[in-house]
Design a protein around this ligand. Structure first.
Ligand code: ATP
Length: 313
């Protein structure tokens, strides 16, 4: 699918200032084809600024950006042909119907008149809006508009897809469908770069995580490394009787733990790997502690994110 055999996105030393604010301070990022890469970072870290620059909608003050092998600054039109873009705030032309809206973008991307109706029906079916054909865009709910935005981003079958907070307005079913759609696009060789604050969802969607911190890349990890069995995460232990649990945890050399609060009825321990947690569980049970549950506390990506950003606050 890559065609040019290279990277889908390659940005180096990207700088962007807004007056006195340095939103990006020499950021580097590479995104391969055939994978979902997640862009994660605190509010104001620079994710949207980066995505706008990659989408050729904002010029950097310094740095280089290549999209699908094209220099995005010198050849923005070539870059745009390869790109699909879904912004976080979704502007729609309210007077248009759903299919007129997609036809407008199909036209802008040069799809032939014969192909357009077929493509529009396929896209509406892909985002489960086929029953909205002929209806005005303004009558759609926020989540439906977001799904229409996704269809719009895919009109010209882009090889590189940029999504800024795509799941924010979606109901649980639509989120699962979005996850499946992004996975199947990646399986077809598309490079997907997605920013989101919903880390538990990214864990299931993404192959890689790029951490952005104060305008720079602060980490680039395979999801398997972060969320796999070898990853160190916090664990929640539930027990029918808290006193023996607390006493047994106190006897564990070097183990960090705290009470998980009355409602949770147990303790939070770690970070530990899956093996270490299994060993601890075996010792607790052997010691006669009435353990009723052991599970990761929050998602592994959340734990990793908190650990990675702890000393950056
Ligand atoms: N048009 C603008 N004018 C002035 N400052 C801006 C502009 N756009 C972004 N900034 C500033 O640049 C920094 C990075 O903003 P950006 O929107 O890229 O962050 P983000 O990581 O997407 O944040 P969030 O997670 O809150 O969406 C922030 O300090 C922000 O205030």
């Amino acid at each position: 699918m890559a065609g040019d055999g290279g990277l889908a996105i390659e940005a180096r030393g990207v700088v962007r200032r807004f007056g006195p604010v340095e939103a990006l301070r020499g950021l580097d990022i590479t995104v391969p084809y055939g994978q979902v890469t997640a862009l994660v970072g605190a509010n104001g870290a620079g994710k949207t600024t980066l995505l706008l620059i990659l989408a050729t909608l904002l010029a950097p003050d310094a740095g280089t950006v290549r999209i699908a092998g094209h220099d995005a600054l010198a050849q923005p039109v070539r870059a745009r042909e390869a790109l699909g873009w879904m912004p976080d705030t979704f502007g729609v032309y309210d007077q248009l119907t759903v299919d007129e809206y997609l036809a407008f973008f199909a036209d802008a991307y040069g799809l032939s008149k014969q192909e357009r109706p077929r493509r529009i029906r396929a896209l509406l079916s892909l985002v489960h809006l086929e029953d909205r054909l002929g209806q005005p865009v303004h009558a759609l709910s926020r989540g439906q508009k977001q799904r229409l935005g996704m269809a719009r981003a895919l009109v010209h079958r882009p090889r590189v897809l940029l999504l800024d907070e795509p799941a924010s307005g979606l109901d649980p079913r639509s989120r699962i469908e979005l996850r499946d759609l992004l996975r199947s696009l990646a399986a077809d060789g598309v490079a997907v770069l997605v920013s989101s604050h919903i880390l538990s969802e990214l864990e299931e969607i993404a192959d890689r995580v790029v951490l952005v911190d104060h305008g720079r890349t602060a980490g680039d990890h395979a999801m398997a490394e972060i969320a796999g069995a070898a990853a160190r995460v916090r664990w929640r232990i539930r027990s029918l009787d808290l006193e023996p649990l607390a006493a047994a945890l106190d006897r564990e050399p070097g183990l960090a733990w705290k009470g998980a609060g009355d409602a949770a009825g147990g303790a939070e321990v770690g970070p530990l790997t899956e093996d270490e947690a299994a060993g601890l569980l075996a010792r607790l049970v052997t010691a006669g502690v009435p353990v009723s549950g052991l599970a990761p506390a929050g998602s592994a990506l959340e734990s990793a994110y908190l650990a990675m950003t702890e000393d950056r606050r």
